[in-house]
Write a protein that binds this ligand. Structure first.
Ligand SMILES: Nc1ncnc2c1ncn2[C@@H]1O[C@H](COP(=O)(O)OP(=O)(O)OP(=O)(O)O)[C@@H](O)[C@H]1O
Ligand SMILES: [Mg+2]
Length: 215
């Protein structure tokens, strides 16, 4: 088997209480893995640990072969910018700017071009000249997914990417994400409450009783 894109060993973390201990996790190229679990069990925290934004109390994370806790800040910044695609619960779009300008920021930073096919698939091509503030929540969500994919990341971390969407639009977004990882040898860790979305992934884990287990 090839080198995993993400390998986490023995992860433990607590805030006010212990969220999880002894978490081991591996993500291979082209693989999609869903993480389920009750609200407050620590799924978003775990995703932030895997994606370099939180340092856990215990354990190690290797991203693209690098031990995160041995890298300099600039090296972590570079991995975040070039290789990680983050779709978190808040969108972080620039509200006063047009949709197209939000995408251009991502593609300029990563030397990529905006993929028209992607905009068509996400059904947002007609929205490009509108200001973000004029778009609906679900439209903004699809713009933010287009922005993430436009920079051609190797690993997508998605926290409830279909959370605000109706079933049909949710399925469309999932299909775009899964097509992207197959076509680009990328991979995805998806946090979701939706079992139907989880079923579309290659593997499913549940965070429960402070443990992460495949089921
Ligand atoms: N930065 C933080 N400082 C203190 N406590 C935090 C912080 N981030 C998360 N927590 C706490 O950790 C617990 C788990 O939060 P987390 O967001 O990881 O849960 P979750 O499984 O993603 O929940 P949901 O399904 O509702 O999104 C919560 O009790 C939360 O209050
Ligand atoms: Mg969460």
């Amino acid at each position: 088997m090839s080198t995993p894109l993400l390998k986490a060993t023995n992860i433990a973390h607590s805030f006010d209480y212990q969220l999880f201990t002894d978490v081991d996790f591996e993500l291979q190229p082209q693989e999609s893995i869903a993480i389920l679990g009750r609200s407050g069990c620590g799924k978003s925290t775990l995703l932030h640990i895997f994606s370099s934004f939180i340092v856990p109390n215990e354990g190690e994370v290797h991203l693209l072969g690098h031990n995160l806790y041995r890298l300099r800040d600039e090296e972590i910044e570079q991995i975040r910018r070039d290789d990680l695609g983050i779709v978190f619960q808040a969108h972080y779009l620039f509200k006063g700017m047009k949709a197209i300008e939000n995408l251009e920021i991502a593609t300029l930073l990563s030397n990529e071009t905006i993929d028209d096919k992607l905009l068509e698939q996400l059904e947002i091509k007609e929205l490009m000249e509108q200001k973000i503030g004029e778009l609906s929540g679900g439209q903004q969500q699809r713009i933010s997914i287009a922005r993430v994919l436009s920079k051609k990341p190797k690993i997508i971390f998605a926290d409830e990417p279909t959370g605000n969407l109706d079933r049909e639009t949710g399925n469309l977004v999932m299909r775009v994400l899964l097509d992207y990882i197959k076509e680009n040898s990328a991979s995805m860790v998806l946090v979701t409450h939706d079992e139907n979305m989880a079923k579309l992934c290659d593997k499913r884990y549940i965070l429960e009783n402070k443990n992460l287990e495949e089921f």
